[in-house]
Ligand binder design. Structure first.
Ligand code: PLP
Length: 506
């Protein structure tokens, strides 16, 4: 059973009352994120879940979902780095965006991502070249009216083309997994999945006739959230999926799904403040209520009034009247609701709060950097592991080397190469490497890692160096990196301290 919006609202409001952060802001309850993840996995236990990071890319959210055992659907280099920095293993990442730069594919492959989705020959050829041997799925275009925020024709190819491309994937030495589709976000009709699964079954059969057997099926995201009205329960979606798979596949495929909204939406509450309440003429029946958040500050999904959020005020229950709801910027499109009938209390005044439940998805990630000077939406977090929130889990190794030859300590190229080599051997991923050489002597070399950072500072005149390696997650071994570096430098004496940071989970 999902928690009602009022319990989440109550917990987030308790935080808001206590902390009084500036508005607008988003409060995310990490326990609700975890609960939603578990509920989705219980509804479809046979499917591997890849959380669509774009719905809410907060590191805190990624961490909680990693701990809950989810994989992650990522769209590019930045989302990959974000996940790796939170200790997600690269084999839990799925690069689901069929529109990719070659250098981003190359980066993904270099850091260990091996699962990709494509929908064109060009992208497939790039995958074969820059991510050789990887597992690939072909996204097909499904016609599924009923999504409140549809994708249109931007993603996916025809079923006929998918057959050719999947057969071609095998020829190119890739590992074709299956068909992927996405019915569009916030889909209120479970039957929408039927059409996608039927088409995927046909493609799978046709590809088998070409001698290539597919083993998977990715049914995407689109699972809805109750904003103003309750959607059908998740179990109904799961039943439709199971039934359709049974009818359209000879062998039950390995299922995967990529929920975004359904994981995070109900976990978040936006607090906004009323800036102005006015009328356009004395006879105007509708009041205009201007909030300090609008289309550009995080409520992007109010475009075309696609998503109608619930608005909650302290005056609820008293007499109300019809309103137009608008945002704070000097942009004519920054109007949230003028066709959707909204009523707000007559007592509502400038300075009052308007709380927006179910706002954890596609809000912070859609807020502009500073349109019209308004800053991006700030996020706060409640729940989650006690003390673990806001911390990185990882190991920080600090070492002092001595007795090192002065020439080595004044050679930045040797130091950078050594640093890169030992980090690589220790399982870390170097994203960037820079150095600075000082007068009369001494070098600082720094590596930015997917897992955090490493640096070395040298004192040739003393024959000593200080080394600092911090890595998040379980993949890299910072102690090994420091040991290997000591060997390369031939240091005779060293002092090493390891600090364990954050909560290590199993
Ligand atoms: C955005 C996206 C999702 C998530 O969609 P929701 O409607 O939020 O569940 C899943 N898969 C892909 C490829 C996406 O682009």
């Amino acid at each position: 059973m999902t928690e009602g919006f009022s319990q989440v609202l109550e917990r987030c409001r308790a935080f808001l009352e206590e902390r009084q952060p500036p508005t607008p802001c988003l409060v995310v309850d990490l326990d609700v994120v975890r609960g939603n993840c578990e509920r989705l996995r219980r509804a479809l236990p046979e499917a591997r879940m890849y959380y669509a990071v774009k719905a809410n890319p907060a590191p805190e959210v990624v961490r909680v979902l990693r701990q809950a055992g989810a994989g992650f659907d990522v769209a590019g280099r930045e989302e990959i780095e974000l996940c790796l920095a939170q200790g997600v293993r690269p084999d839990s990442l799925s690069y689901g965006n069929p529109v990719k730069k070659a250098r981003d594919i190359e980066f993904a492959h270099r850091v260990g991502v091996r699962r990709f989705t494509f929908d064109s020959l060009e992208d497939l050829e790039k995958l074969a070249e820059f991510a050789p041997g990887s597992t690939v799925s072909c996204r097909i275009l499904v016609d599924s009216p009923g999504s409140q925020t549809p994708f249109g024709r931007k993603f996916g190819c025809s079923a006929e083309m998918a057959v050719d491309l999947l057969a071609r994937a095998a020829e190119l030495g890739l590992d074709p997994e299956g068909v992927a589709f996405h019915v569009g976000s916030q889909h209120g009709d479970p039957r929408a999945w039927e059409a996608g699964i039927a088409a995927a079954g046909e493609v799978t059969r046709a590809v088998a006739e070409r001698g290539v057997s597919l083993r998977g099926l990715n049914i995407g995201g689109g699972f809805p959230v109750g904003y103003l009205s309750e959607p059908p329960p998740l179990t109904e979606y799961a039943a439709v999926v199971r039934d359709a798979v049974g009818r359209h596949f000879a062998v039950v495929p390995e299922l995967s799904f990529e929920p975004g909204r359904a994981v995070v939406a109900s976990a978040g509450v936006i607090r906004s403040e009323v800036v102005l309440v006015s009328r356009k003429s004395a006879a105007d029946e509708k009041r205009w209520v201007y909030l300090d958040i609008g289309r550009y500050g995080g409520l992007a999904e109010t475009e075309n009034e696609a998503i109608a959020y619930r608005l909650v005020t302290a005056h609820d229950g008293g007499p109300d009247g019809p309103v137009v709801v608008a945002g704070p910027t000097c942009d004519g499109d920054d109007v949230l609701y003028q066709r959707t009938p909204y009523r707000l209390p007559l007592a509502l005044r400038a300075g009052d709060y308007v709380d927006i439940p179910d706002a954890g998805a596609y809000t912070q990630s859609y807020s502009s950097v500073s349109f019209n000077g308004f800053p991006p939406l700030r996020s706060y977090f409640v729940g989650g592991e006690a003390g673990g929130v806001g911390e990185f889990a990882g190991r920080h190794v600090l070492a002092e080397f001595s007795g090192v030859a002065a020439e080595l300590l004044d050679d930045p190229v040797f130091l950078c190469e050594s640093l890169e080599r030992v980090l690589d051997k220790a399982g870390a991923t170097v994203c960037e490497l820079t150095y600075k050489q000082f007068e009369p002597h001494g070098v600082t070399a720094m590596a930015l890692l997917s897992e955090s950072h490493a640096s070395i500072h040298t004192y040739p005149e003393r024959g000593s160096a200080f080394v600092d390696v911090f890595t998040c997650g379980h993949k890299a071994d910072p102690e090994l990196a420091v040991q290997l570096l000591r060997d390369l430098l031939g240091a005779s004496v060293s002092r090493v301290t390891t600090i364990h940071r954050g909560q290590e989970d199993s």
